[in-house]
Design a protein around this ligand. Structure first.
Ligand code: GRG
Length: 621
């Protein structure tokens, strides 16, 4: 850390414009979990799902989820009876849950587990006959939710030491204190002291209520603040933890703190004389917005260095989104379950080595872990497990496959191919970064896929690893993705159904087939099993692309998260233009029946696989 500071000072002495990145910054585990809950609920139940209040305090996050089909409301009374309803990460009062129950809403509670801990403590203190003194901002949703756990007269909110002294309570009242999870660490300390001084019979939580993410982000800002002319915090003005970071920077000796929503906001308010810039981001600020801000600073001549910071290993179990009441989508549960693990495996493989290009790694992470159904990954893991192989090996192969898939999407979106601006509800990689970076990120992801497969951690047997590598090479080359994409870009004037099938089987089917093949290689299959599964994989690949073409013709852009109707607009050949919408839908049903037949010999063991095939046929994103 010392060396980082020295480095910054030397750059400054040499007249360089420098950015010092605070570490950690950006999304915390609770925010990731809450956002994933909305995405998972959309995948499980289809759009719309209703979300009471901002799921986390960030407009860009909310806008992206709206594009995917989430509808945000202020009050549960606005939600139609029976609808899937998500309660925000800040936590909700019991009266809100009661109203949701009366409205027969199907509720998924995305409350941050660390806020839930505070709720539980507050209820306990109340049951023990203590008056609760809650340290926090009275109008913040988290505080409103926490107050709503107990009768109103049994809890008081204090925002300053003056508030503590002004409480109308006898000094010998048995009290207990609780703290808003995003409060300032320093201010909370002095207020807790004041509470204990005034009320000698005072209980408190065993571990701090202020969450690890707030504590770490504030400490990281303190570390850099005194070395900077300005500390820029990326975040939304409605975010409490973002505003605390600005205050923390100023309290720690930086002359100026700037809360910016994104690059445009920074451009309009950036102090022209600033040479030494500190940069951090709220726990609800998305990576792509942080990257946008970094890009602006880079374009304006700033070089970057980063403090070592605290490693954050916090992981929460996903919010369960399967609900009683209507048809339950088991496929959604399988996909949600695999998504976390596969994202982790990809992030680990991309790594975090400071000697490498940060921008390339950022673009790789952006392309490979920003959403996506993880359908191919789910196939590999499901087939491997069905055949008695181990999940950890399957996850590595699945990560490799999703890296290739991400590469193909990045390249497919480039101006020289489909020229798309939106993918998975976010700007495409070349829009978010630039064309050269997107191209290189794709190349690096493809190389990484082979590296993962060739690594002994994927399989102890070199022969199996070689086979995994060889078959992947074939799946992406002339007889696979690249070949299929060429047929798509340069079709014959009159396309036969054989050509159509070859194109679909290449550009989409080959990787889906490979996902199953990888599972076969990692599990233990005999030749007969093998043949049945390969026939299943062949049909599933075609089915998946047929449904994609149907979605392009009749899907909902907000749900799919990308521009639709492009094939018809560009007069491109696809399953719908060749077979007609009805013909394509019938063919999809025929392929689904064929998938089911191929799985019959496996009986119940193949239930998850069959569920994934059904998902491919009815998916809306
Ligand atoms: C891999 C060497 C190499 C070249 C790539 C650009 C290209 C050549 C091929 C394009 C292949 C392509 C994009 C086919 C479409 C496949 C498809 C249906 C994509 C959508 O898949 P989903 O729905 O996406 O699984 P998510 O976002 O859920 O991951």
């Amino acid at each position: 850390m010392v060396s980082q500071s020295l480095y910054l000072d030397q750059r400054h002495a040499a007249g360089c414009k420098s950015v010092l990145l605070a570490n950690p910054r950006g999304f915390c585990a609770g925010v990731r979990r809450a956002i994933a809950a909305v995405e998972d609920a959309l995948a499980a139940h289809g759009a719309p799902v209703y979300v009471r209040r901002a799921i986390v305090h960030n407009r860009q996050v909310v806008a992206r989820l709206e594009r995917l089909g989430a509808v945000f409301v202020q009050d549960v009374s606005e939600i139609p009876q029976g609808a899937v309803t998500i309660l925000s990460a800040h936590g909700s009062a019991t009266a809100v849950k009661e109203a949701a129950r009366r409205g027969k809403l199907r509720v998924v509670d995305a409350i941050c587990p660390l806020v839930a801990k505070v709720h539980a403590e507050v209820v306990q203190w109340h049951l023990q006959g203590r008056h609760v003194v809650l340290v926090g901002h009275v109008d913040h949703p988290e505080i409103i939710g926490t107050i709503g756990q107990v009768p109103r007269a049994s809890i008081s909110v204090v925002g300053t030491v003056t508030d503590v002294n002004a409480l109308i309570l006898p000094d010998d009242t048995p009290v207990a204190y609780a703290v808003q999870t995003t409060f300032s660490v320093g201010e909370a300390d002095s207020m807790i002291k004041a509470i204990k001084t005034r009320f000698p019979d005072c209980a408190g939580p065993r571990t701090s209520d202020i969450c690890y993410a707030t504590t770490n982000r504030q400490a990281a800002v303190v570390e850099i603040a005194a070395q900077c002319d300005v500390v820029v915090i990326v975040g939304d003005p409605m975010s409490s933890n973002a505003r605390r970071l600005v205050e923390t920077a100023i309290a720690a000796g930086c002359p100026q703190g700037l809360l910016v929503e994104g690059a445009d906001d920074l451009a309009s308010r950036f102090p022209a004389a600033a040479m030494r810039v500190g940069l951090s981001a709220a726990a609800s600020a998305p990576d792509e917005v942080i990257e946008e801000v970094c890009a602006w600073l880079r374009e304006h001549g700033f070089g970057f260095s980063e403090v070592a910071g605290t490693e954050e290993g916090m992981r929460f179990r996903p919010v369960p989104v399967t609900l009683p009441g209507r048809e339950r989508s088991d496929a959604a549960a399988i996909l949600a379950d695999i998504r976390r693990d596969v994202d982790e495996a990809i992030l680990e493989a991309i790594g975090d080595m400071p000697a490498r290009s940060l921008r390339l790694a950022d673009a790789m992470r952006y392309a490979a872990t920003s959403g996506g159904k993880r359908f191919r990954a789910a196939l590999t893991v499901t087939v491997t497990q069905m055949l008695g192989g181990t999940r950890s090996m399957a996850l590595r192969a699945a990560a490799a496959i999703e890296c290739v898939h991400a590469q193909s999407l990045v390249h497919d979106d480039l101006p020289c191919m489909d020229n798309d601006d939106l993918r998975r509800g976010r700007p495409t990689a070349h829009r978010q970064f630039d064309e050269a970076t997107a191209l290189l990120a794709g190349d690096a992801l493809l190389a990484l896929a082979f590296e993962i497969l060739a690594d002994p951690r994927t399989h102890h047997h070199a022969g199996v690893r070689a086979e995994l590598v060889l078959r992947l090479a074939r799946s992406v080359g002339q007889d696979g993705l690249a070949g299929g994409q060429m047929m798509d870009l340069y079709p014959s004037e009159i396309i036969s159904s054989a050509e159509l099938i070859a194109c679909l089987a290449g550009k989409t089917g080959s990787l889906i087939r490979y996902a199953v093949e990888a599972g076969i290689l990692l599990g233990h299959a005999d030749d007969q099993c093998n043949a049945g599964l390969l026939s299943f994989a062949q049909d599933l690949g075609l089915l998946f692309q047929l449904q994609d073409d149907l979605l392009d013709a009749v899907g909902d852009e907000r749900v799919v998260g990308k521009a639709l109707g492009k094939d018809a607009a560009k007069n491109r050949k696809n399953a719908v233009s060749v077979l007609g919408a009805e013909g394509a839908a019938q063919e999809a049903q025929r392929l689904l029946a064929s998938c089911a037949k191929a799985l019959e010999p496996f009986g119940d063991r193949a239930a998850c696989l069959l569920e994934l095939a059904r998902f491919a046929a009815r998916r809306t994103l």
